[in-house]
Design a binder for this molecule. Structure first.
Ligand code: UGA
Length: 439
């Protein structure tokens, strides 16, 4: 099938490359010329495991994948046209849909009377499809056009998105048109995953419901970690005991410094806003967001309790800056927020992340921060080392050995990555999230 993708961010580029890998002819459009030139050269705008190899293969060897800035060519190409542009949160916490609407209008401008399906993959609030349709018609002007709109939300996780695209738990497609649903079903049928065919509003809402529910799970276990600290329970054991119940499941029950990234914070807030617009106060979500904010404050308070609120003269080692492991993405990264708080209180920071150093440097600058090229070097003369991102390699370090280089042997484990008993018996002070420490 001929497929067009509008927007070459995480969702667009990964989806385009994966569709080409499935044997379809894909044209990806982006308005950013530099980005398009780079992708043509095999330089990816994002770090994503396996993406560069996949794009190079489908683009240069199998020749089923092209990138362009030419809207006319892109719109003429695809039977299915996927809108995958960003929907960042605006200053009121709602989703900013301006990119979605300008893409819709541009699509309308080049549509002809040949039938096409315009599919929204970007995460958009319920009801957006009506506006997408309006903007397409606005772009088309007085021309006769023949199209349907559909919604096909994306559930990819950064860091594992190519795997996720090939091993999805489910596919969700929404449209009022049977023809559009059938075309989309054809695209995904080979995955042998359940396909939820529904109306447009439900498809749009499913994405928000899923992200908000996962964020709720994280905030729930983070709140539980507070109860654990006060009662002598261990949150890891509590999560294990809960998660073994099939109805609950073990995933997204890792207590830590809170969720971040380009999706959860923005989507929980946007769902809350949407609910308010429909005159419903979704109080549970307010609690989820509050708990997420409080969690990093609790963490910083542990540091103040240990060192006081003025951290001048102290040097801290920081392990992890990305919003989670497996990515270079630092958008809404709690690690970055914590780094800013520590620096703001006067500490000097030696920081390391396996993938996000460059992005972090752009965001944080060099004032009070030394960027290190190995995890081990952050231990040198440190008054404490902080684990802020759950990279598995941080769990593999020899803390007993590395602590010899520290000024004070203290670990703040913001991701509960280490076994406290082992760290303490290696002679370090350990501060985790909701852990039992009196061995
Ligand atoms: C999330 C969803 O998991 C995807 O299904 C969805 O497609 C995507 O958003 C999106 O809307 O595009 P992602 O943002 O890549 O994916 O990240 P997650 O793996 O969900 O992690 C989000 C945050 O939660 C991270 O900061 C992570 O550290 C934190 N987290 C996750 C926890 O604190 N505890 C956990 O147990 C799990």
């Amino acid at each position: 099938m001929n497929i067009t993708i509008i927007g070459t961010g995480y969702v667009g580029l990964v989806s385009g490359a994966v569709f080409a890998d499935w044997g379809h002819n894909v044209v990806c459009l982006d308005v950013d010329k530099k980005k398009v030139q780079n992708i043509k050269k095999g330089i990816m705008p994002i770090y994503e495991e396996g993406l560069e190899e996949l794009v190079k293969r489908v683009q240069n060897i199998e020749k089923r994948f092209r990138v362009t800035t030419d809207y006319k060519k892109a719109v003429e190409h695809g039977k299915l046209i996927f809108i995958c542009v960003g929907t960042p949160g605006n200053s009121q916490g709602a989703a900013d849909l301006s990119y979605v609407f300008s893409a819709s209008e541009a699509i309308g401008k080049y549509l002809k009377n040949e039938y096409k399906v315009i599919v929204t993959k970007s995460t958009v609030p319920v009801g957006t499809h009506n506006k997408v349709k309006e903007y397409i018609l606005k772009g088309a002007g007085s021309k006769k056009v023949n199209f349907d709109v559909a919604s096909n939300p994306e559930f990819l996780r950064e860091g594992t998105s190519i795997y996720d695209a090939n091993h999805t738990d489910r596919v969700v497609i929404g449209s009022d048109s049977k023809k559009a649903l059938n075309l989309l079903e054809r695209l995904y049928k080979h995955l042998n995953a359940p396909i939820v065919k529904t109306n447009l509003a439900s498809a749009e809402l499913i994405k928000y419901a899923a992200n908000a529910f996962l964020a709720t799970k994280i905030s729930f276990i983070n709140e539980m970690s507070q109860i654990c600290e006060r009662t002598g329970a261990d949150v890891k054991d509590v999560a294990l005991g809960m998660g073994l119940d099939n109805r609950i499941g073990p995933k997204f029950l890792n207590a830590g410094i809170g969720y971040g990234g380009s999706c959860f914070p923005k989507d929980v807030e946007a769902l809350y806003r949407t609910s308010s617009e429909y005159f419903y106060d979704f109080r549970l979500l307010r609690g989820v967001m509050d708990a997420n904010e409080r969690q990093k404050i609790y963490f910083i308070e542990k540091v103040y309790k240990k060192f006081g609120t003025n951290l001048t003269g102290l040097t801290f080692g920081i392990l992890g800056l990305a919003f989670k492991n497996g990515t270079d993405d630092i958008r809404k990264s709690v690690a970055i927020e914590i780094v800013k708080m520590l620096r703001g209180a006067g500490a000097v920071l030696n920081v390391y992340d396996p993938a996000a150093l460059k992005n972090a440097k752009n965001a944080l600058g060099v004032n009070g921060i030394n960027y290190r090229l190995s995890s081990k070097s952050v231990f040198n003369k440190a008054d404490a080392v902080f684990i802020l991102t759950e990279w598995p390699e941080f769990a593999e370090l020899n803390y007993a050995h590395l602590s010899k280089k520290m000024r004070k042997k203290i670990i703040f484990d913001g991701r509960n990555l280490l076994n406290p008993k082992e760290v303490i018996s290696a002679g370090l002070d350990y501060y985790g999230i909701g852990r039992f420490l009196n061995f």
